[in-house]
Write a protein of this length. Structure first.
Length: 74
């Protein structure tokens, strides 16, 4: 999973990264831009696996095309 923090005071958001790194980036942003405020805002969670193999849909399409071609040859 990947995490991204959004600032509650301005339009800043961290990049998609690990939870601890995103939190560190958010705290650093608040210390730099909003030093008088307690870090807040919101967190977004990307539940998709960024390392997932994206070939499964292509395999399915190829299989369907194979079935169509095979059925047309009869």
């Amino acid at each position: 999973m990947a995490y991204r923090y959004r600032c509650g005071e301005c339009g800043f958001s961290t990049r998609w990264t690990t939870e601890s790194e995103a939190e560190d980036l958010s705290v650093a942003h608040y210390a730099d831009r909003h030093p008088q405020l307690v870090p807040g805002g919101s967190v977004e969670i990307n539940r998709k696996n960024p390392e997932a193999v994206g070939c499964i849909p292509m395999i399915g399409i190829a299989f369907l095309l194979f079935l169509i071609i095979a059925s047309c040859q009869r």
